[in-house]
Design a protein. Sequence first.
Length: 734
Amino acid sequence: MAKGKNKGTKRLTKNKMVEILSALFQQNPNETFTLKQVFKQLRLTTHPAKMLAIDIMEEMAWDDFLSKVSEHSYRLNLQGQVMEGVFIRKANGKNSFIPDGSDKPIFVAERNSMFALNGDRVKVTMMARRERHIKEAMVTEIIKRARDQVVGRLNVERDFAFLISDGNFFVHDVFIPKKKLKGGKTGDKAVVKITQWPSAESKNIVGEVVDILGKTGENNTEMHAILAQYGLPYKYPKQVEEAANRIEPGITEQEIARREDFREVTTFTIDPHDAKDFDDALSIRVAEENGRHILYEVGVHIADVSHYVKEGSIIDREAQKRATSVYLVDRTIPMLPERLCNFICSLRPDEEKLCYSVIFILDGEANVKDWHLAHTVIRSNRRFAYEEVQQILEQNGVVDGTGEPAPAKKEYKGDFARELVVLDALAKKLREKRFKNGAVKFDREELHFDIDEKGKPTRAYFKKSKDANKLIEEFMLLANRTVAESIGKGQKGQKAKTLPYRIHDQPDPTKLERLRQFITHFGYKVKTTGSKREISRSLNKLMDEVNGKREQNVIESVALRAMMKAKYSVYNIGHYGLAFDYYTHFTSPIRRYPDTMVHRLLTRYQNGGRSASKEHYEELCEHSSDMEQIAQNAERDSIKYKMVEFMADFIGEEFDAHISGITAYGIYAEIDENHCEGMIQIHDLDDDYYEFDENNYQLVGRRHHNKYMLGDPIRIQVAKANIEKRQLDFVLAQ
């Protein structure tokens, strides 16, 4: 490492300081240095020398020689002048570019956008930095268009028509020749295929209608529009459904003979009350009893989708393309045809079903004494909803938390109450161990709606995970981890075989530092350096401290932003959030394609097969990760749509709320009563000129120094509910 000399630091000239700083960062291109580390490495002991170093590093960051990682740390900027990444279009013209391998946007003016559209993959050149101006990029090539179809509302004139697109996807409306309308009328929602992109010669976007979704504002139309907007299918191909109809649901005696038979073992499913696709079941029986020493056999039984859906078949190709089921507020868009997901594969009660199962032998402390993987046949005794299980647990003395779950008395109330109480006790032990090992504790609430028969929301509420949900969650996590370890650890001296893992990287250090700075306003602390376990324990301590406090939601949100996104990959790095070295998805093949991939590979390896192609499965993993993100975006949009639709009945009414988000253009506020979120535009804060303090998540008044901070309680009035734009506007109540 570059070392300065202790003597003479007072006499260091600016040129000399530039030289030794440049050497330090260039010799350590992958390291991030805090100011303290820089001072230590260069042996800068005097105040003037330290201040000179800080000033020069600021200039170096401004000139893009260094990247400023946080307020007090820098690293060498390894990005060149030419970069590739994704273009983000904004309705206000403040477009941006996200370079590959970064989440920091770079400004792109409209005149330098080359008519790039939202989501397009582009190549840019960094522009010469003007003094005291932000960094800017210019699009030089559109590598790949994000999509060639768009959804919007038709406006039909006498000689032509155009489509007003949903969201900010296009900078101009799409021109449609009259003969390409497919019968569409003004006010219809339509899917339009682009036939001509904008160019230097013509800025027009030209398209043709490929499908009419229905009248704008109708529930079915809007839900289909959300799906179409993300390129997700809203209809199931007929030939795929016909192929599913030809599948024989019966189970032959020969098939049963090849499998472990669990039909006489107590087994049940636990799912949401409105679920139809039951893809997992639990069985339990005593394996060994010697006085107080009891061993339990717990079976995690997963629908054997790969038995029915053969690799390369028309059903498999469609499932692979979809990669996941999509859950909108009022409907499920299944990955598999309904006949398979809700009938043949679904583990319905009192029906014989084929499964792929992980069978555990557990002691009373939930230690795994033995386990094996087997193709099985089961017969579920009972279909439970989460609410029913929760009620049974509570009737038998079990409450949320980690208290002693088993009731003192021997009488149990409710169907399979004893089995449920034992499983709950074991699940709590598993959960306790997980957190002890460094798993991160995020129990986020989810916004739900009650919907009437026309699809209109009648109530909005938050759903929190209770003991019944956690019971299922822990056994699914155990099964997923166990099968991943069985392949990932491999045989001694042998290379591990290919498997899709569910991986989760460590938190972003810059965002962790911002979290640390933010929570100091509320009097909390969190570790941002140290081992993985130290950081996760510190995060868990923070989550416990904020639990039930006014600032809980907002601190949890900022903490979540510091977390990386989980994804699929054959290159295992472990799962940070769960604190597992090996983790995969095995337990939901009805609704996730990676689970089907895992089932097929495990079967192949059980039969002595060779390791599969890493490259092929990595491609499938990347596609599955992409589709998962798209499905989540569509789900969020459907929630947003229903939220605006629900609040449209409350225009002019006032509510208590809290600030849930701060941006340069306004304040997001969440209503305490129903958790609906809207925006107070910055131009409606007319008592001062407000500036955005990004590091501290606050708006600060320039004259009166009034502050709006995340978590602050406010009183709002509902001003507008624009259903078409899915936009809810609030103003501060007088």
